[in-house]
Design a protein around this ligand. Structure first.
Ligand SMILES: [Zn+2]
Length: 292
């Protein structure tokens, strides 16, 4: 599943490959990828003649901005874009082809068929699904420690599901939430509204650092994962916590623990990320109430 850094890398790569090109025609082979408009013929006809001006991103959504139109695209599990020459063999699982006037094509492939595309007039995309209700953008200057604190400290649930909720902060998936909580030394089940100001500041820094490093890693390895056709693949960054069950914690050497939080596989270090404990009451129960 691509997370924000992978989508950002695709955004940068697409910027290099297709900005300035003009669409001659569009061909949709799998109608269900197109969520808006309902009429697939209209989707194909409306795009013809428009020039790509820039590639933006909101959370894990790409915004392909044209003169007079914006295409919002989500890759979901396995969606991929590639740039080909017209006449190149069309590979299996190619669902949408954008043919440009210069003899090249942008092709969208998706084995799982979960990806989506929505077409809007410029600006309209922010007021409607799927972008309307999205939360803070963690790599923008508007993502201050104060803005983060205001959003997080109002939730009484466990911190991990709060961080995964796209209505609060966008772009954080299962992998980078585990990485950021480890760096901030916060237990994934810590109640969000019980985090201290210092913990929230640490977590804010950890989120920005984790995502920035991953984006930089993606940017520096573009050549290694764009193939001859310019197809962009997903790649795995070096991770300190996620997927390291049983291996030694890089801080303290204790084995990394794997558990389930909010239905998601979760990795943490029991020593570096101690569980939240309320101040002991006389003869208090040994477990906090929400653990069982
Ligand atoms: Zn540790």
């Amino acid at each position: 599943m691509p997370e924000l850094p992978e989508v950002e890398t695709v955004r940068r790569t697409l910027t290099q490959l297709i900005v300035g090109k003009t669409i001659q025609s569009v061909h949709v082979f799998l109608p269900r990828i197109i969520q808006r408009p309902d009429d697939i013929k209209r989707f194909e006809l409306e795009l013809a003649g428009h020039t790509i001006l820039e590639i933006g991103r909101r959370g894990k959504f790409l915004r392909i901005v044209m003169d007079g139109l914006v295409l919002v695209s989500h890759l979901r599990m396995e969606g991929r874009y590639g740039v080909y020459q017209t006449g190149d063999e069309v590979e299996k699982h190619t669902h949408v082809i954008f043919r440009f006037t210069d003899g090249t094509e942008l092709r969208y492939k998706d084995v799982r068929q979960f990806g989506t595309m929505h077409l809007f007039a410029p600006g309209e995309e922010f007021t409607q699904k799927p972008l309307a209700k999205l939360g803070l953008e963690p790599l923008e200057t508007s993502f201050t420690a104060k803005a983060f604190q205001e959003v997080i400290s109002r939730r009484s649930t466990k911190i991990k599901p709060v961080l995964l909720n796209q209505e609060y902060i966008v772009g954080l998936g299962n992998i980078y939430v585990d990485e950021a909580l480890f760096r901030a030394e916060i237990h994934p089940e810590h109640p969000a509204d019980k985090l201290t100001k210092r913990q929230l500041e640490r977590l804010h820094t950890a989120i920005v650092d984790t995502l920035t490093e991953a984006v930089d890693a993606g940017g520096s390895s573009i050549k290694s994962y764009v193939n001859g056709q310019g197809e962009m693949g997903m790649f795995q960054h070096s991770l300190r916590m996620y997927g390291r069950e049983g291996e030694p914690c890089l801080n303290c050497g204790q084995p990394v623990v794997k558990t389930v939080v909010g239905g998601r596989g979760t990795h943490y270090c029991g020593k570096c990320q101690p569980p939240y404990r309320t101040s002991p009451k006389p003869r208090a129960a040994k477990q906090t109430p929400d653990e069982f």
